[in-house]
Design a protein around this ligand. Structure first.
Ligand SMILES: Cc1cc2nc3c(=O)[nH]c(=O)nc-3n(C[C@H](O)[C@H](O)[C@H](O)COP(=O)(O)OP(=O)(O)OC[C@H]3O[C@@H](n4cnc5c(N)ncnc54)[C@H](O)[C@@H]3O)c2cc1C
Length: 337
């Protein structure tokens, strides 16, 4: 059997690694960093079908994740919407999850090679799961964990005039704060001070006051400015999964689910290729086609909705609909799933 080499040990790469190892396919996952490590991520997994996790062989790794079914939306401290999710979202830190998944790949007989930034190449048998491209964008993602920060629901989503931030309870009494902001050179500071500076500029004064009473874990603070949303360019004949192929706006809480779903789409065709039952060209083209079909609608819808949520007029409209009980929340949610 031929070996599948996966470049990138995030959620797409590790869940594919586990799924292939479960099928006895020789698999190597190359990860530039080491585990555990913090990632810029809202740590709120919404829209994943539990069966997908079981089929990938990683359901146990998520079994103790916090389950959230309710959330609240705020606009600069003013509550504008209470939401109920039809299926519980799973909340768990990337610190814990990615480490567990890498251990799972090894338990199942796969190899995880850490601390090696592999050259991205397009040869047969190489799967690209290296996450967001490194080119700079106009967006900045910032995240940190805090303790002693009471929340009244499983998600607080705060809209501001420079982006948005989501807060969700995760394990060990921690709350994850993660925001997407338009880059502003005036917002400076080290670690969480930078986040606070963006929150002040966005008009989240009530949130800033609450943060003053909380314990911020500075070691968990991370930031990223390479965030080109939407489909990512790739060479024909390459097999690309997760954020390396497509980046959905974070407010949907669906990017991690898409990483798992893309691994689920690729597992069986890659297993057939490893057994010599399909050419690489057909395998790669088939997987890319299936991902396009599965993700096209939600990506377009999410990009359009994000535009609305980021503009002041769009937020006025969103708030007005919500206050008049005319916001079709369930229909909007289904568009981005
Ligand atoms: C601000 C923000 C908030 C978000 N919030 C949420 C949320 O609440 N819910 C949600 O579902 N999604 C959220 N997302 C999206 C989610 O984080 C991503 O969709 C998900 O991490 C994609 O997984 P991935 O495996 O494709 O990429 P990643 O998790 O980025 O993993 C890629 C891995 O590849 C490694 N790598 C890169 N280059 C190389 C190389 N050359 N060689 C070896 N290794 C390499 C990296 O070190 C990394 O570990 C958010 C994103 C942002 C930016």
């Amino acid at each position: 059997m031929k070996t599948v080499s996966i470049i990138g040990g995030g959620l797409a790469g590790l869940s594919l690694g586990a799924s292939l190892a479960k099928r006895q396919v020789p698999v190597k996952v190359y990860e530039a960093g080491t585990y555990p490590r913090h990632r810029v991520c809202g740590e709120f997994i919404s829209g994943i079908d539990p069966e997908t996790l079981t089929n990938l062989g990683i359901a146990t790794e998520l079994s103790d994740a916090q389950k959230h079914t309710s959330g609240e939306w705020y606009r600069q401290g003013r509550k504008i919407l209470s939401m109920e999710l039809p299926v519980a979202a799973l909340a768990i830190s990337r610190w814990t999850l990615d480490q567990r998944l890498s251990q799972r790949v090894e338990e199942l007989g796969g190899q995880v090679i850490t601390g090696e930034r592999t050259e991205v190449n397009h040869n047969a048998g190489i799967v690209l799961a290296h996450g967001r491209p490194s080119e700079k964008s106009t967006w900045l993602g910032l995240k940190c964990h805090v303790r002693h920060f009471p929340l009244t629901s499983g998600l607080e989503m705060h809209l501001g005039n420079n982006g948005y931030i989501g807060l969700t309870p995760i394990e060990d009494g921690r709350v994850n704060l993660c925001g997407l902001f338009a880059i502003d050179e005036e917002c400076r500071g080290k670690g969480s001070q930078r986040l606070i500076s963006y929150l002040k500029a966005g008009g989240h004064l009530e949130l800033v006051e609450r943060l003053k009473r909380a314990d911020i874990d500075e070691t968990s603070f991370t930031g990223v400015s390479a965030l080109k949303l939407g489909w990512q360019p790739h060479q024909p004949g390459t097999l690309v999964l997760g954020d390396a192929g497509f980046i959905i706006p974070p407010f949907t809480g669906n990017g991690m689910s898409m990483a798992f779903e893309s691994a689920a789409i690729a597992a069986e065709p890659l297993s057939a290729w490893s057994r010599g039952k399909a050419s690489w060209e057909d395998t790669a083209a088939g997987v890319m086609r299936q991902q396009h079909k599965a993700f096209r609608r939600r990506l377009h819808a999410a990009l359009a909705l994000q535009k609305l949520l980021l503009s002041s007029r769009g937020q006025d409209f969103f708030e007005l609909l919500s206050r008049s009980h005319l916001l079709p929340f369930k229909s909007l949610l289904s568009l981005v799933r």
